[in-house]
Ligand binder design. Structure first.
Ligand code: FAD
Length: 317
């Protein structure tokens, strides 16, 4: 018996969420008195997982899996879980993993909890704390099935380094043509910029910026901070910015360490998608803007004065 994680990778390299998952699984495994196994798909160097507590890696190498197929990927994870006799299977909350997790749960006849934000409250009975109501509250969910599938919310646990080496084992699960009936083509735009999914810091701007021609200072602030750029929904609807930057309830979720909102009012649908961010900063001319109610730090001021001043100050460091 072990705790199994699906360690997601892109172009052979592990995503940060995979290392967070490993850190989390290590603690869960310790509380259950067991070890951590990771299943990887076409990852080149799996040794990094050992630095975050993984004891064993089931390494799947199959060119057909270069394209995402939910059925095939879920089958791989299911077979890995069965091979290891895993009682707890943990996935992350990326778009792919959130697609996979319920399928894996059905295949394993397991109970499933998404949006998990902490270590199990109790392992017997098995109870986990989850985000609820678009991160406005929490609930504790009990899973009574023999096998449990969890999806860990991004940036909810962090990275915890561990000493140790992961033993790698080649694993060739049985897959058939039906597994590849639907494959998803993904087009990754290479811009050289930090993506919202991987960003520690996100600089986001809204309609308060008046027009797309004013985004230069947002790009510059993001570059100085090593941050990703994002925007509110109307901004992408107006084509001021690409839809890939739209964050919020109907856009990408953001769980960054620092989220800076410039000229964004803080409508409930926007906040719902960024509330998991650790520190929230707002820059807005209107002191009554709802964003101030959820922000950790707020600047009441004109973005066209505050942002250039902030950039100048940051450049001094
Ligand atoms: P506005 O509401 O126009 O706010 C602009 C802000 O800029 C104001 O607070 C103003 O005081 C400030 N400002 C103006 N000038 C300056 C200046 N010079 N310097 C600094 N501040 C200035 N929205 C999302 O963002 N994400 C979503 O996922 C999303 N999903 C939605 C889903 C549904 C079903 C619905 C109905 C709505 C959704 N919305 C979403 C839209 C949401 O309700 C708001 O309309 C939107 O977030 C407002 O965007 P904004 O803050 O950029 O613009």
């Amino acid at each position: 018996m072990s705790v199994l994680i699906y360690a997601e990778s892109a172009e052979g390299k592990f995503k940060k969420v995979a290392l967070e998952l490993a850190s989390y699984a290590k603690k869960v495994a310790e509380s259950l008195g067991t070890t951590v196994t990771a299943v990887t798909i076409n990852a080149s160097d799996v040794s990094e997982l050992g630095n975050y507590g993984v004891d064993k890696v089931l390494k799947v190498s199959n060119d057909k899996l270069n394209k995402f197929s939910a059925k095939a990927y879920a089958d791989v994870i299911k077979q890995a879980a069965q091979k290891e006799g895993a009682k707890v299977v943990v996935l992350s909350s990326t778009t792919d993993s959130l697609y996979l997790a319920p399928i894996v749960a059905v295949n394993l006849e397991a109970g499933f909890a998404s949006n998990v934000v902490a270590l199990p409250v109790s392992t017997s009975p098995f109870q986990v704390k989850r985000n609820a109501f678009s991160t406005k509250g929490f609930n504790v969910t009990e899973i009574s099935s023999d096998v449990k599938v969890l999806a860990l919310a991004k940036n909810s646990f962090g990275l915890v380094e561990a000493s140790g080496a992961a033993a790698a084992e080649d694993f060739a699960p049985a897959l058939n043509d039906a597994d590849f009936a639907i494959v998803v083509e993904s087009v990754e735009k290479v811009t050289g910029k930090v993506t919202i999914a991987d960003a520690e810091i996100v600089v986001s701007a809204g309609r308060g910026l008046k027009g797309p021609e004013n985004w230069g200072m947002i790009e510059e602030l993001a570059a100085v901070l090593g941050a990703a750029t994002a925007c509110s929904k109307p901004v992408s609807d107006l084509d001021w910015r690409p839809h890939s930057e739209h964050v919020g309830q109907t856009g990408k979720p953001v769980a960054a360490n620092l989220y800076i909102a410039v000229g964004i009012s803080g409508a409930i649908q926007h906040i719902a998608g960024i509330n998991s961010s650790k520190v929230k900063v707002v820059i807005n001319t209107d002191p009554e803007a709802p964003f101030f109610k959820v922000a950790d730090y707020g600047v009441v001021g004109d973005a066209f004065q505050v942002v250039p001043a902030l950039i100048a100050k940051l450049k001094e460091f």
